[in-house]
Write a protein that binds this ligand. Structure first.
Ligand code: ATP
Length: 426
């Protein structure tokens, strides 16, 4: 069968790599893909942007694609799933309406409140003055979020009232255009974050392996927030008991609530969680797709055929399939480009990709071919991923891979997985 993966980052490289391993798959097209996906067996890049729904639809129809899976949120929020479904093309992902769980923070907060799903207290504002009054009343730390998609930059965890006020003025003043026409102001939650990702077919839920992302740019969880500097799976903070609580108090009510509201959810559903000191999880955010970089370590651990799972997701039979996971730990370390997450420099030649140890997989993201070279083309350039029997073994293998790679301005965190490693020691 022929499969189409939409997107061109590290997440899509990992999905394409995994799909190509299925004996049922003859061809994996990746639109637009990257130089990494171009060199995977069975894979071919198609030069269509992830948000060009009309051309993607025409391509999928022409090639008679049997299964399409969407990586990034933008095409989902634009309604790619509705368009493919209308054309009778099998696709796994949420409808445009359902994708609002990620596409509008006001929608998702109102949904959570209506269905009594644990999340931070909040208010939605369209005018600066009442938002600022609210901040002054509640004090700092406090969190200000642009309603719409802002490429991971629309959330300010303000340490002072002045910082929150500035964020409100910037957002409502047009910093993110329409995405900031409304802001959510919410209370600050403390605890440990985790990513809880499931597949949903409208009613049935199939949990993926647990994982933890590292959002801060620098080691020790310092520096500005990024799209994610690395991730690992499984994460010990989500104990089997906490996973049960997450399913009962968050995931199941969300899937039921969406169905009750007349917008049944299909696709990957990603709950970004804060788990407090007593092990109680709250929702920080929903994403309507797989995480990046969580996908990379999670796909390394998936023993089941991803095609079977995606087809069950489309057919509404996720209750009939099971996920088999490699029991090892997988760690993915992102190597980022000079300037990330602010002004990223591109065009630096990447050296060492041909000397990667056999037990390491490098997923490419912000790269492009330039003659015989692969050069940097975005903020997060590579995700170097490896398995290990222990967290420390996985770290050692991944960092051995990282050290073989070199490009001007490239940098990475040296502590991906530190929380799990600390627990392992204890
Ligand atoms: P993403 O890049 O994952 O899509 P986003 O821009 O949608 O992120 P959120 O995930 O909602 O934004 O928030 C980004 C980060 O800000 C979170 O990972 C968390 O570290 C922090 N954060 C968000 N809300 C809160 C909160 N209520 N309390 C404490 N920290 C928070």
């Amino acid at each position: 069968m022929k499969v189409l993966v939409i997107g061109g980052g590290g997440r899509e490289h990992a999905l394409a790599w995994k799909l190509a391993q299925s004996p049922r798959v003859s061809k994996v097209f990746v639109a637009p893909g990257n130089p990494g996906t171009a060199t995977e067996s069975k894979c071919e890049n198609v030069s269509i942007a992830a948000t060009n729904i009309a051309e993607l639809l025409a391509f999928a129809g022409r090639e008679q694609i049997d299964l399409t899976v969407v990586g990034p949120e933008a095409p989902l929020v634009l309604g790619i799933v509705d368009s493919f479904r209308d054309a009778g093309l099998p696709i796994f992902g949420p409808s445009k309406q359902a994708a609002q769980l990620e596409g509008s923070k006001a929608f998702s907060k109102d949904f959570l409140a209506r269905h009594r799903i644990p999340t931070a207290m909040y208010r939605v504002f369209t005018e600066a003055a009442p938002a600022i009054d609210y901040v002054r009343e509640h004090g700092a730390p406090i969190v200000v979020k642009a309603d719409g998609l802002a490429a991971g930059k629309g959330v300010i965890v303000a340490q002072s009232v002045a910082e929150a006020e500035a964020a409100i003025n910037d957002m409502l003043g047009g910093q993110f255009g329409e995405a900031g026409a409304r802001v959510v102001v919410e209370s600050f939650l403390s605890g440990e974050e985790a990513s809880f990702i499931v597949m949903v077919d409208g009613g049935n839920i199939l949990p993926m392996a647990t994982s933890q992302d590292h959002k801060a740019r620098d080691s020790g969880d310092t520096g500005p927030n990024t799209g994610g500097m690395g991730a690992y799976s499984p994460t010990p903070v989500v104990t089997p008991q906490i996973a049960d609580i997450v399913m009962e108090t968050i995931i199941e009510p969300t899937v039921k609530g969406m169905a009750l509201d007349g917008i049944p959810y299909t696709g990957f559903l990603y709950a970004g969680l804060m788990i407090d000191d007593e092990g109680r999880p709250s929702v920080l955010e929903f994403n309507c797709r797989f995480g990046d970089p969580e996908t990379q370590p999670i796909m390394m651990r998936l023993d089941s055929d991803l095609v079977d799972l995606l087809q069950a997701g489309i057919a509404g039979s996720l209750d009939e399939v099971q996920c088999q996971w490699n029991q090892q730990t997988a760690i993915g370390v992102v190597i980022a480009a000079h300037g990330y997450p602010a002004d990223v420099r591109t065009g630096d030649v990447i050296r060492g990709l041909d000397a990667i140890p056999n037990n390491v997989k490098v997923f490419q993201a912000g790269t492009r071919s330039d003659g015989a070279n692969i050069v940097t083309a975005g903020g997060r350039v590579l995700c170097v991923t490896a398995l290990g029997d222990t967290v420390r073994d996985a770290q050692a293998a991944a960092y051995a891979g990282v050290k073989t790679i070199d490009f001007d301005g490239g940098f990475y965190r040296d502590d991906i997985g530190w929380r799990a490693a600390a627990r392992e020691k204890a």
